[in-house]
Design a protein around this ligand. Sequence first.
Ligand code: GLY
Length: 390
Amino acid sequence: MNRSDTTQDDQPARGAVVVGAGIIGLACAWEMHRAGVEVAVVDRVGPGSGTTAVAAGMLAPVGELHFGETDLLRMNLISAGRYPEFVASIERSCGTGIGYRRCGGVHVALDRDEAGELRRSHELQLRLGQGSEWLGPAAAREIEPGLAPGLAGAIRVPGDGVVDPRVLTSALVEALESERVPILTGRAVEALRRSGDRVVAVGLEGGAEIETDVVVAATGAESGRAAWLPDEVRPPVRPVKGQVVELRGDPGLSLCSGILGSERVYLVPRPDGRLIVGATSEELGFDRTVTAGAVYELLREAGRLLPDVVELEYLGARAGLRPGTPDNLPVIGPTAIPGLYLATGHYRNGILLAPFTARAIAAMVTGEATDDPVAAADPGRFETSVSGTS
Ligand code: GLY
């Protein structure tokens, strides 16, 4: 494996194993590979089989901005800015287009109460220096003619974008495979082997081991119950269920040109005519049941926003588990165990934060300096001492 790498205590690294082949794990593998690290990826099911396959793929640092989340905004903006280069690097290697689009978004208030809320979001966006324009009903319907006629006001966020996470995942897998980065699927990691404190291998189900100096846990919503992670560094990540509905119309007659949002629902158009309607937010542990009530509510709210959705073909609904953290910030960086890194806890922003996370992990693993505001995501903020005190 590449011998110029260093781990967080400056020992030469023999390469890295990424545990988890969701978008974060694959992106980390890609950036480490590009930085010259010899990488392998292990996943207990297969690439993109978890939350990544359910995510709508909104790249919306401004449209999804919430009060009190300025550290997250900084990370999200940097990551959104890196998307074009990140996507281009993958496209160059796999030879197919990923369909990333900076299409902007329109966020709509459907009544006067919602307009008050939306005004406050708009003021926050302006206060933080973000591109956002207040639109009256007629102006909003000029941009998106399918919007409900009775809307009370809207915001246009021109800089937000979209990508299909499943297309991005396939492209990443192709790119990694074309560069001979092994992706081991159907292999659960069961143990972290250490010599002294330092990581020396991961143990797989069935007894095999992969020797490595660096392990990156990109285990998403499973992170909080990943038994192979030592207690003192296992992050307090909890699953937050999100259900989405998938519809399809004529690709030439798309009902909207970019992201549409209301207080209760968002709509994300795909170039092939599909429309993703998301998403619920439910604290139900590891439950992934698709419920009639959620599908009903998502479709009802989608219809209030964009009445013609009722004409679309219903393709199905899915449930995924967002990896939530107590402070809504991701967990990115080295742990107290030399050689073990975390790249998880991305909650509502996993697809968006993939380039940021991957670059940060690659820089840390290779010992490069980074100017990125990644300190707020330091795993140390959640670590406990071995005796269990914070
Ligand atoms: N970022 C959208 C969601 O988590 O539902």
